[in-house]
Design a protein around this ligand. Structure first.
Ligand SMILES: Cc1cc2nc3c(=O)[nH]c(=O)nc-3n(C[C@H](O)[C@H](O)[C@H](O)COP(=O)(O)OP(=O)(O)OC[C@H]3O[C@@H](n4cnc5c(N)ncnc54)[C@H](O)[C@@H]3O)c2cc1C
Length: 610
């Protein structure tokens, strides 16, 4: 089974994405138009991305003192991506978009993540422009967002600072009004920004005419003091080069300077930068300070950023998934071709016999099935969440609200689960290659390095765990958790009627009960220190329970499909589901035990004891 067949099965046979064509917004769409988009992206990824994945890893971005130099292949790939129209895929027709459902957009983008995850920075540009379409003024949309959708400009997200990573309340970049009449600049209230932003992806390059930074900064209150906490954070558009109200470059450089490139473990095709805002390297009208235009209301910057969070986190989960999938396909191919060892019969091994291929060893099959269960399961989860995004935007009021709440609960899983388990899949792909996997002559070590990022950015694992147990399962009196449980229950009931799935249905029912009980036990003292001490084991157990449900539901859809065609694929899906229920789901017992008992082994360990 290649990734496209898996994707097609999940999209059409499982979540029935073509049924979205019945909604007014997607009325011009059908399976035919969705397939055309998928085919185009698959082709561009095959021709312009995949052949250069190793090149962008070895030819890291270089700064020559003036410009950041990237391989020509990156320029070509991004040009082809912009020309495909994917940057504005989900936007309205009247601004040049395709009105594509988010589910199809995410599925189509997955080909690029699999072919060369770090060549593409489309996700940032689209995310930046989509945010402006919701929170920007009409002119901000025209001047900045539309030029990003066309590929003329690109976008960044500047949240992190050297001292403010997980803790954004400590953002110290300052924004002060830029002189007389600052409120009446047609591009938005005009400020001058000063501060340092760390880890900014695609923060400097020559791929586009301009770079539009979306920057979090604080406007000082009375007495020039910054408001503590996240309340004081506002959002600004800070273009690298200043533009006029027609979006034309004025010829003035804004005061944003590259302080350095970060040299990363993986994901090396994308520049990662430390940017200095307003240090005076490029004074504007004789003064230090980067010119920035306020987006939305002062103090509401994080609110605007979080608006994009679900899609950004699904994007990270999908990238992690597809890197896992790339390793799975490479190791499957290798295992089918590598002869090594002989079978162990009752009389031992017969050295006179030729070697067998390693795919014939049970342990190698274990590693392949684990990868399949992790990666295809994760892909199903991401598409399910993407479908919820479409429901939230185009469903009727009740369904949209349910989708919103389900997304609140599922998004930490959509981000964290593939980041952890598809990374583990990459490690198994290296293991299957033996010593060859540990060399740079095979692609699997790069997939692992590229994937290692995903547990770190867009909220670390620890932060996702605290978000889930500390906020999401509690919000609106636990209604999100109840909604999710009801969906799981519906699958359990259906699967319970089918002999080969009934044991899995019972196991899922017990897992669901256990997660519910552990959630209550974690909060039994009402003390966040007790409850959140084991937030990551909780996240892991919750994630495995969600994935068990996803696999059971996929197995049900697969049975329906198997009646007509795809016997081998069906056998594979049932085997992966069985693997998940037999080898993975039982792990939740250990994870939940420390949650339920509010085990403080880690929390109480004195610093000097380490
Ligand atoms: C390659 C790359 C690309 C990135 N791209 C961008 C980008 O484009 N824009 C952007 O704004 N940022 C970007 N980031 C930054 C990224 O989001 C941060 O690295 C991340 O949020 C973590 O912040 P930090 O590195 O300061 O680590 P810290 O916040 O210092 O965390 C270090 C460790 O401590 C743990 N920890 C921290 N606080 C707590 C707590 N309260 N409770 C429990 N554990 C805690 C964390 O989980 C982590 O394990 C990028 C990072 C990388 C590596």
């Amino acid at each position: 089974m290649n990734a496209r067949n898996t994707l097609d099965f999940l999209l059409y046979d499982w979540i029935q994405v073509h049924s979205l064509g019945d909604r007014p917004r997607f009325a011009d769409h059908s399976r035919e138009t969705f397939d055309a988009v998928l085919d185009t992206c698959e082709r561009i990824a095959r021709e312009k991305y995949a052949p250069f994945n190793r090149l962008v890893d070895t030819q890291e971005p270089q700064f020559d003192g003036e410009k950041v130099i990237l391989p020509q292949a990156t320029h070509e790939a991004q040009k082809a991506y912009a020309a495909s129209g994917m940057l504005s895929a989900a936007q309205d027709y009247d601004i040049g978009g395709m009105q594509l459902p988010y589910t199809v957009e995410a599925a189509a983008n997955s080909f690029f993540a699999m072919a060369s995850v770090s060549i593409g920075s489309g996700m940032l540009t689209t995310g930046n422009a989509n945010l402006l379409m919701v929170h920007g003024t009409e002119l901000q949309k025209q001047v900045f967002a539309l030029n990003e959708f066309s590929g003329r400009f690109s976008g960044t997200m500047c949240l992190s600072e050297p001292q403010a990573g997980s803790s954004l309340s400590d953002v110290a970049t300052r924004a002060v009004p830029d002189g007389e009449g600052f409120e009446s600049d047609p591009l938005g209230p005009r400020y001058r920004l000063k501060g340092n932003k760390m880890w900014i992806s695609a923060g400097e390059h020559e791929l586009t005419e301009n770079i539009i930074h979306l920057v979090l900064a604080k406007i000082p209150g009375e007495h020039g003091k910054l408001v503590p906490g996240t309340r004081g954070i506002s959002l600004f558009i800070v273009p690298k080069k200043l533009v006029d109200t027609d979006g034309q470059l004025t010829g003035e450089r804004n005061d944003v300077a590259l302080a350095g490139l970060n040299h990363k473990c993986g994901w090396r095709g994308t520049t990662n930068t430390l940017l200095n805002f307003g240090e005076g390297k490029y004074p504007v009208r004789g003064e230090a300070g980067a010119v920035g235009y306020l987006v939305g209301q002062p103090g509401k910057g994080l609110h605007c950023m979080f608006h994009m969070m679900n899609e950004a986190r699904i994007g990270v989960g999908l990238a992690a998934t597809m890197l896992g999938m790339a390793g799975y396909q490479a190791s499957l191919d290798y295992a089918k071709n590598r002869p090594q060892g002989r079978p162990m019969g009752p009389a031992g091994k017969d050295a006179a016999q030729p070697q067998i291929r390693i795919i014939e060893h049970a342990d190698v099959k274990r590693m392949l099935l684990a990868q399949k269960a992790y990666c295809e399961g994760a892909l199903a989860l991401e598409l399910y969440c993407a479908r919820l995004v479409d429901e939230q935007h185009t469903g009727d009021a009740g369904a949209a609200d349910d989708a919103r709440l389900l997304l609140e609960v599922l998004t930490p899983i959509a981000k964290s689960w593939p980041s952890e388990w598809c990374l583990e899949a990459n490690s198994l792909a290296i293991q299957i290659h033996g010593g060859y996997g540990y060399t740079r002559d095979f692609p699997v070590e790069q997939y692992w390095r590229d994937n290692r990022l995903n547990m770190i950015h867009e909220g670390t694992h620890g932060i996702q765990g605290m978000d889930l147990l500390g906020r999401k399962v509690l919000m609106e009196e636990g209604r999100g958790l109840q909604l999710l449980a009801a969906r799981m229950q519906a699958t359990i009931e259906q699967a319970g009627l089918i002999a080969e799935l009934a044991p899995h249905a019972s196991a899922l029912k017990e897992a669901l009960r256990h997660v519910g009980a552990a959630t209550r036990s974690a909060w039994a003292t009402g003390n966040p220190t007790d409850a959140l001490a084991n937030a990551v084991p909780y996240l892991q157990a919750f994630g495995h329970t969600v994935l068990a449900w996803i696999w059971l539901d996929v197995a049900l859809a697969s049975r329906a499909k198997a009646a007509g065609q795809g016997e081998a694929a069906h056998t594979g899906r049932l085997a992966a589901a069985r693997y998940f229920f037999h080898y993975e789901l039982p792990k939740i017992g250990a994870w939940l035990k420390v949650v339920e008992s509010r085990d403080l082994t880690c929390a109480d360990c004195p610093e000097e004891a380490f």
